[in-house]
Ligand binder design. Structure first.
Ligand SMILES: [Zn+2]
Length: 46
């Protein structure tokens, strides 16, 4: 049973990457695929 990406809902194979989001004043971590994780990192920098 694989995790699915929080953004694109594709199955994540191999190493799981987690991105931190603030959701309703709570701090949550969601799994992202390699592609979306990279885009998330880019978003943080900007
Ligand atoms: Zn994704």
């Amino acid at each position: 049973m694989n995790e699915t990406c929080f953004y694109c809902e594709e199955e994540i194979e191999g190493y799981l990457r987690f991105a931190s989001f603030v959701y309703e004043n709570d701090h949550v971590e969601k799994p992202l695929c390699q592609h979306c994780y990279h885009e998330w990192l880019e978003g943080i920098k900007n």
